[in-house]
Design a protein around this ligand. Structure first.
Ligand SMILES: [Zn+2]
Length: 371
């Protein structure tokens, strides 16, 4: 059977297609058998039903993104188990549990994304969801010209620019790029997030009433760090936003809609043969982002050339020195963080205090009241 890939993705088909994590039909058949042991079907029947009734489900190719280590381990073990059906079933169940976990994370993001497009949740609370990610810098080498294909330029190492994008679902797409001397770390992320929130405020959105959800991959250098979390804590405590939630996808399962946007952007840049300086990149991007068929839900578009970033890390470290988290990296680290003001959590605090009292068998001291 011919294997389909995600290169056929187009904005028109985005609503119909659903991409599954990299794997093979055989892998998914094993998962199906582990979930439904009473329903053992042949590979031929499985693929035929998939083609006929679930053709909107496509298996994403591994591509240039790093594969999930846990998935690779499970697949390697299953490969070695050969025809031992009982062991294969047990291993498939473990892999299935891992896949369910990553799917729950993504479902959570899709839910918040829908709420952001609608504008509010069922209780009428205003919600804004952003996703932030960086693009592979291979397409951002300078200069971009047909002359560089000449053999004598084979050994020329071209500097590359860094590109980062934010999609504020239902509102705005911002693509920021910077020359290679601008360090793309926590300061860059904070700068971009604050800029996007400022733009939204300028457009007439009162963020003080909004719950802001931010989705990101697991990159500790850019988003999963104390500076970004401190910024959200600061914005919440200063009442710039009502509350904040930061979600990180599981490592190796972070391919989301923003990566599809990067694929389209990369395909567009491939057609531009003569871009010699950052200004020409910017002009070309402005033309591309004027295309309203790409991400039609976000009417505001912005291309930003970042010339410098502020030292957010030091500023936030001084201002929020009591907020410090350890162990943010690694496979066992948490991947969801909530920021609320204490006065908004009265009911929750009572429940929490009651549960803690039950566990400790004594009343908590009153000194923590009102803190
Ligand atoms: Zn995995």
């Amino acid at each position: 059977m011919k294997k389909k890939d995600d290169s056929e993705w187009s904005p028109e088909a985005a609503n119909a297609l659903r991409m599954l994590p990299p794997g093979s039909y055989k892998d998914y058949l094993r998962l199906f058998h582990s979930e439904n042991p009473e329903c053992q079907v042949s590979f031929k029947l499985f693929t035929r039903v998939w083609e006929e009734s679930f053709s909107h489900l496509r298996i994403r190719q591994a591509g240039s993104q790093a594969m999930c280590t846990t998935c690779l381990k499970h697949k390697a073990i299953m490969k070695r188990l050969g025809s031992n059906q009982a062991a294969l079933m047990a291993q498939s169940k473990l892999w299935g549990a891992h896949m369910k976990k990553q799917f729950s994370d993504r479902e959570c993001y899709w839910n918040y994304r829908s709420l952001s497009r609608i504008g509010s949740d069922v209780d009428g609370q205003s919600t804004l969801t952003l996703i932030i990610d960086s693009m592979d810098h291979a397409k951002w080498s300078l200069p971009r010209t047909a002359v560089m294909a000449a053999k004598q330029f084979n050994n020329v190492v071209r500097p590359h620019m860094e590109c980062c994008a934010v999609i504020a679902h239902g509102h705005l797409v911002a693509v920021a790029f910077a020359e290679h001397h601008i360090i793309k770390g926590a300061d860059f992320t904070c700068e971009l997030l604050v800029h996007v929130l400022h733009k939204l405020t300028q457009s007439g959105i009162d963020l003080r009433d909004f719950e802001v959800n931010i989705q990101s991959d697991n990159c500790t250098k850019e988003t999963k760090n104390n500076s970004t979390l401190r910024l959200l804590a600061f914005l919440t405590s200063r009442r710039a936003i009502r509350r904040a939630r930061m979600h990180y996808c599981m490592s190796g399962h972070s391919h989301e809609d923003i990566d599809q946007y990067f694929s389209l952007l990369g395909a567009f840049l491939s057609t531009q043969t003569e871009l010699h300086n950052p200004q020409q990149f910017m002009d070309a991007l402005k033309v591309y982002m004027g295309n309203e068929s790409v991400r039609p839900n976000e009417r505001m578009r912005e291309v930003i050339k970042v010339e410098a970033v502020r030292d957010w890390k030091t500023w936030l470290m001084i201002g929020c020195r009591r907020n410090f988290l350890k162990g943010l990296g690694g496979p066992g680290a948490p991947h969801a963080f909530f920021f609320d003001r204490r006065e908004d959590l009265t009911g929750w605090l009572v429940t929490f205090r009651g549960a803690l009292n039950g566990l400790c068998g004594k009343q908590l001291s009153s000194c923590d009241k009102g803190r």
